[in-house]
Design a binder for this molecule. Structure first.
Ligand SMILES: [Zn+2]
Length: 146
């Protein structure tokens, strides 16, 4: 597993399980269509379709990408911590029964733990693959001409 190098601020939250100040994260009031990946390992964690404005000051999601988020009891004895299932990066906490959405779940996630990739850019990656195929096709054509 290749891990990204973290800044001191990122390390404080991701490694030492800190919490960024509310209403300061760059994805708090951010609702572009795309996917949120783990800042440290790049695993796909959340989709914009599941993001909602809870008004709590942190990005909120009512569902994670299946199997991408692990729930662990917080040492504080009451909350449930959430971390990246791939690398163990601290994401935030998960709460249930608040009635925000039909799913009745709120993943309260630190912006600094996430990296947003617009769907348009995810599409580019797929296009890149297609280009590779067409390159092979061009090679084939050249071979034919020769
Ligand atoms: Zn991760």
């Amino acid at each position: 597993m290749k891990l990204n190098k973290l800044t001191k601020e990122e390390e404080k939250v991701i490694v030492r399980k800190g919490t960024e100040a509310p209403f300061t994260g760059k994805y708090d009031k951010f609702f572009e269509p795309g996917i949120y990946v783990c800042k440290r390992c790049g695993a796909k964690l959340y989709r914009s379709e599941n993001k909602f404005d809870s008004g709590c000051g942190w990005p909120s999601f009512d569902a994670e990408v299946k199997g991408a988020v692990r729930r662990v009891p917080d040492p504080d004895g009451s909350r449930t911590e959430i971390e990246c299932a791939m690398c163990g990066a601290h994401l935030g906490h998960v709460f249930t029964g608040e009635g925000f959405t039909a799913k009745n779940v709120r993943h309260c996630v630190n912006s600094i733990s996430l990296e947003f990739i617009p769907y348009a850019k995810v599409g580019d990656k797929v296009k890149g693959k297609k280009q590779a195929t067409s390159k092979a096709a061009i090679k084939g054509q050249i071979a034919k001409t020769n």
